[in-house]
Design a binder for this molecule. Structure first.
Ligand code: CTP
Length: 392
């Protein structure tokens, strides 16, 4: 059983550490919690103890603790040390090597990898002192789950909010190289493609890449080595995996082929079906009327990867964006593309394509299941869990 040492330092986001403990224990990861003095202002040792079902450590000089387990031993008893939330103060101490309480002493004494999830006011996060500390910590190999951007408890707006627990959990799983997909390689395509008309114009679609990116992160969270091949999407690269950026369908195909062999392929990208003949120079308005676009069919990445051959992944999952006759079109598409599973979504409804929710019908070799409408992260986790089961 893998075990983490979770240091909870102060800040309003400390309550999220409880959710993180719940996710970790549910996944079979043991958690030993250390609560700093300021952390204890926001969460109680009792709630951490109840969720971790083990003793919560708080004092450096507690004789009972030392007789049970010394601080050096405690710092090495886990596979990974996680600080969530990590305040500007604890990060500064870690950077400077200060050891003036139990948490900072453990951080200095440990011989295990360290992962931090910073949370603080935007000014504090952007202060040159914090920036210098973070650069130093990263240089030393400390892993960082970057804070989110958004409204803060203090009323300001910007980066500094603690990342959401599922994201921190994914980073933990990736750092521990844990989960049912350990040792498996997954290729995930995501986002739209841009098919150039001329040097300044292109044909695109409304795909945001949210679903594909979330699937890539969810597979990595289950221990897979993930290559995410992403079309132009306004999303940060997910942590703990390799992202390859492409623009066109043909570039996406080349990147997928270069990433093979793989055990799993999930084609969630909304690949442009056609590309125009690209003009070398910007098309100009003329008196002769509007230019005609001549379209050529793009290669079908999913059909190509599903075709029998020595490099075919053991499990190929396709997506189908449909606006009508979902089951009928999806079943026909699964057969036509030759993939094993097909995730069909009705993009006719509002707020799905480019939005944050999805309504899914999953077709497998054995039948179909309709999933309730849920957010794309939940769809990703459910699909990844099913893939995990398939490989165990
Ligand atoms: N796909 C692909 N390469 C393409 C077109 C589609 O890999 N050139 C993949 C998508 O990533 C998705 C699946 O094929 O997994 C189905 O995409 P969809 O747009 O629904 O299907 P199309 O093949 O384009 O069929 P149609 O537009 O006629 O519904």
């Amino acid at each position: 059983m893998k075990r983490i040492l979770l240091i909870v330092s102060g800040g309003i986001a400390a309550y999220k550490a409880l959710e993180l403990v719940r996710l970790a224990t549910k996944a079979g990861i043991g958690v030993t919690a250390v609560l700093t003095k300021s952390g204890a202002q926001f969460v109680t040792p009792l709630s951490l103890q109840a969720l971790t079902t083990s003793k919560v450590y708080q004092d450096l000089f507690s004789l009972t603790d030392e007789s049970e387990m010394g601080h050096i031993e405690l710092s090495r008893s886990a596979d990974l040390v996680v600080v969530a939330p990590a305040t500007a103060n604890i990060l500064a101490k870690l950077a400077a090597g200060v050891a003036d309480d139990l948490a900072t002493t453990l951080l200095l004494a440990t011989d295990k990898p360290v992962l931090v999830a910073p949370a603080m006011n935007v000014r504090m996060w952007q202060h040159p002192a914090t920036e210098a500390n973070m650069a130093l910590l990263k240089q030393r190999g400390v892993m960082v789950v970057e804070p989110d951007e958004g409204p803060m408890a203090c009323g300001e707006y910007g980066p500094g909010r603690l990342a959401e627990p599922p994201e921190i959990f994914s980073a933990i799983q990736a750092a521990l190289n844990n989960g049912p997909l350990k040792g498996k390689h997954a290729i995930v395509t995501s986002g739209p493609t841009h098919e150039p008309i001329d040097p300044v114009r292109y044909i695109a679609n409304r795909s945001s890449g949210r679903q594909g990116h979330a699937i890539a992160a969810a597979l990595a969270a289950l221990g897979a080595r993930v290559t995410l091949v992403s079309g132009p999407a306004a999303l940060p690269d997910p942590l703990g995996l390799t992202t390859i950026h492409v623009e066109t369908a043909r570039e996406m195909l080349a990147a997928v082929q270069a990433a093979l062999p793989a055990d799993i392929a999930v084609c969630a990208a909304a690949v442009g079906d056609w590309r125009p003949e690209e003009a070398a120079q910007k098309l100009k308005k003329t008196v002769d009327g509007v230019p005609a676009l001549t379209l050529t069919e793009n290669p079908d990445i999913l059909a190509g990867i599903s075709a029998p051959g020595p490099q075919r992944p053991r499990l190929v999952v396709g997506f189908a964006a449909e606006t009508e006759k979902l089951m009928e079109h999806a079943a026909a598409k699964r057969a036509r593309k030759g993939c094993d599973w097909l995730v069909a979504n009705n993009v006719g409804g509002t707020g799905i394509m480019g939005g944050s929710e999805n309504e899914v019908l999953l077709l497998t070799e054995t039948g179909s299941e309709q999933w309730d409408r849920m957010n794309k992260q939940a769809v990703a986790q459910k699909l990844a869990a099913k893939i995990g089961e398939h490989f165990t």
